[in-house]
Design a protein around this ligand. Structure first.
Ligand code: SF4
Length: 86
């Protein structure tokens, strides 16, 4: 994975910090706004094989962290040709 930014923080620490931040954000999404675990896993499975996934983290079509976007009920896959989540 590429460094997240060009500061002097080592790449592995940047990745750890980013993973923690995303996990904290996802954990903070209100329960009524999140999809069921099986739906979340299916969405992330699709993202993991999608050519729009950048650096294993973000979707090139919307710039979102897929771990966060896929967790939200109101979100869909933004692929221009049609959602890959359905
Ligand atoms: S286009 Fe859809 S499936 Fe592909 S990375 Fe973005 S959200 Fe995931």
């Amino acid at each position: 994975m590429k460094k997240i930014c060009n500061c002097n923080i080592p790449k592995n620490l940047q990745e750890d910090m980013m993973a923690e931040s995303i996990a904290a954000y996802v954990a903070g999404i209100p329960i009524e706004e999140v999809v069921e675990d099986d739906v979340y896993e299916k969405r992330l499975e699709r993202c993991s094989t999608c050519d729009a996934l950048v650096g294993g983290l973000t979707c090139s079509h919307c710039g979102c962290f897929v771990l966060a976007r896929a967790k939200k009920k109101r979100m869909d896959c933004p692929r221009p040709g049609g959602s890959l989540w359905r």
